[in-house]
Design a protein around this ligand. Structure first.
Ligand SMILES: CNc1ncnc2c1ncn2[C@@H]1O[C@H](/C=C/CNC(=O)c2cc(-c3ccc(F)cc3)cc(O)c2O)[C@H](F)[C@H]1O
Ligand SMILES: [Mg+2]
Length: 214
């Protein structure tokens, strides 16, 4: 039977990237998605904005909602200091299988914990199951209609502290209007928009960076 796009993306990584070299994995995926098949990775342009937010924050504890093939997982984990941890949630087992191999090929598996399951089920279990008090950074890139409910759930579970940064992909395309309205109007957040483009295209898209004020 025909392979899937994530399987073809992984094949491109294994053919063109160097084991243990995260940058070569990122470049191989970007080349594949720009010249062969588009895929919904945050991409190189928005990826540079993601890089700058991570580098400035130097987070110890990072949560990613929606692993997909692990592109942003590798982008974030390659910048983390020793001892820092990234937990990434993915409930599609076929994507998880691919992402684990992409993460392993990049050689950053010791910083990453890929949890196969739904954000709504695992957010309430972060404390007792992973010993996480609060997160320093959350990257939201899963189903767009779950950004807002999951943000409220993280608030309710006490996983956000003064200064925790929420970084949301796709706030223009496909768009997350209810989430944007919330973080931009709530007194609990200082929010700003980083204008960019939809990955591998000329369409507008951007990232919203929202600092939790407690
Ligand atoms: C709901 N709880 C979840 N828990 C764990 N894993 C989850 C959960 N929900 C989804 N996942 C997992 O997270 C991923 C979902 C990513 C969704 N991303 C997009 O749809 C998305 C779409 C576009 C796009 C733009 C224009 C266009 F013409 C077509 C597409 C661009 C983007 O950058 C995106 O991120 C994965 F697939 C799913 O299993
Ligand atoms: Mg996205």
């Amino acid at each position: 039977t025909r392979s899937t796009r994530p399987q073809r993306l992984l094949k491109a990584v294994k053919q063109h990237a160097t084991r243990g070299d995260p940058q070569s994995v990122i470049s191989a995926i970007d080349h594949f998605c720009r010249h062969r098949e588009w895929a919904m990775n945050v991409g190189d342009e928005k990826g540079c904005i993601l890089d700058s937010v991570v580098s400035e924050l130097n987070p110890e504890k990072v949560l990613e909602l929606g692993t997909y093939c692990g592109y942003s997982t590798v982008r974030i984990a390659r910048l983390l200091p020793p001892g820092a941890r990234l937990i990434t949630l993915e409930f599609n087992p076929d994507y998880a299988v691919i992402a684990r191999q992409v993460i392993a090929w990049a050689g950053i598996e010791d910083k990453v914990q890929l949890v196969e399951g739904a954000s709504e089920d695992w957010i309430p279990r972060m404390k007792e199951h992973f010993g996480i008090e609060t997160f320093d950074l959350v990257f939201l890139d899963h189903w767009k209609d779950h950004y807002l409910p999951d943000t409220k759930l993280m608030e309710g579970c006490g996983l956000l502290r003064k200064g925790t940064v929420l970084l949301a992909d796709n706030v223009i395309c496909p768009g997350v209007p209810d989430y944007l309205e919330y973080v931009r109007n709530s007194r609990s957040y200082k929010s700003c928009y980083f204008k960019s483009h939809l990955e591998y295209t000329r369409a507008e898209d951007g990232l919203e960076k929202s600092v939790f004020l407690g």
